[in-house]
Design a protein around this ligand. Structure first.
Ligand code: SAM
Length: 282
């Protein structure tokens, strides 16, 4: 029997399925090539014994955990050092100096960051390098730094804890940071002890577990897609509770803060999705 190429099989309207995914999870798959998405969704249809996009849409409704599988199939759980460099520019030039100045004025000596949904560790290490740099630039050497990376993927956490990455990933790290914070060994590089000392990892399920309390900044980027709108709001509320007054929250590029939070968070940078919990709470 001749094999049908996936494209020629009439599964119905893919756009309608994509609109549903976007509505339910805020996940905009338009950034991917349609043929690619079509092929990846076809893998899920055949694994589940389904034939049409409409059946798959109903399956997603009945089994919301399928979203996680779909995201994995699209390999959306990828990460990168200094992902979206313009966000890190705002973090270095605005967020860190503001936090250091506030801490110094209050004679506080601990700056704490949380990378929620840290995957294999690139984000928390990028935060630690940026914070070490900020402390150096502000000549605030007495400031202690702590970055906690959390995730539900234990394999990803095991990679993160090693602090060692293939040399190909070096390209994403700013030159100065490369010199100051990394040791290159053959075809891999490691974080220097100074960075390793500042970062720790732990299992934390954002659906169920309490937030980390007393943090000055939380990065939760490219994680919203795993949650529906209600769960996203619950998660943001828990970040608000975990943040110290004047603390910052940074979301992913395509992630929006729901309008209900307009009074709880001040907008710091709309484009980079940087928000702040007010210092004065009324
Ligand atoms: C796309 S990665 C984002 C990594 C990093 N924040 C970034 O932007 O590059 C999403 C991560 O969220 C994690 N995740 C998904 N659901 C989670 C949950 N309920 N609690 C904690 N982490 C979760 C996944 O395991 C994955 O490592």
């Amino acid at each position: 029997m001749p094999e049908h190429p996936v494209e020629s099989v009439n599964r119905g309207n893919l756009d309608r399925l994509l609109a549903k995914v976007s509505e339910d999870r805020g996940l905009d798959l338009a950034q991917y090539r349609p043929r690619y998405v079509e092929r990846r969704v076809a893998v899920r249809l055949s694994a589940l014994g389904l034939h049409t996009y409409r059946q798959y849409a109903s399956y997603l409704d009945a089994h919301p955990e399928e979203y996680a599988v779909l995201l994995d199939t699209l390999t959306i759980n990828v990460t990168q050092f200094f992902r979206d460099p313009t966000v890190y520019a705002v973090f270095r030039d605005k967020v860190i100096p503001t936090l250091i100045a506030t801490k110094t004025a209050k004679k506080q000596h601990l700056l704490r960051a949380w990378s929620a949904g840290c995957s294999t560790g690139e984000e928390p290490y990028s935060l630690a390098m940026s914070m070490l740099d900020g402390v150096r630039r502000a000549k605030a050497e007495g400031m202690l730094l702590s970055v906690t990376g959390t995730d539900i993927d234990r394999n990803a956490l095991a990679v993160a804890k090693r602090g060692e990455y293939p040399i190909a990933q070096l390209a994403h790290i700013p030159v100065m940071d490369k010199h100051l914070y990394l040791d290159i060994e053959g075809d891999a590089f490691r974080m220097k002890p100074e960075v390793m000392k500042a970062v720790r990892f732990q299992y934390l399920n954002l659906f169920e577990d309490a937030p980390i309390h007393g943090v000055d900044v939380v990065f939760c980027r490219n994680v919203f897609i795993y949650f529906n709108h209600e769960e996203q709001e619950r998660m943001v509320r828990s970040f608000w509770n975990g943040l110290s007054r004047g603390g910052f929250m940074v979301l992913g590029r395509s992630e929006r803060l729901a309008p209900v939070f307009a009074r709880q968070f001040e907008m710091v940078d709309a484009k980079e999705r940087v928000y702040r919990k007010p210092i004065d709470l009324r």
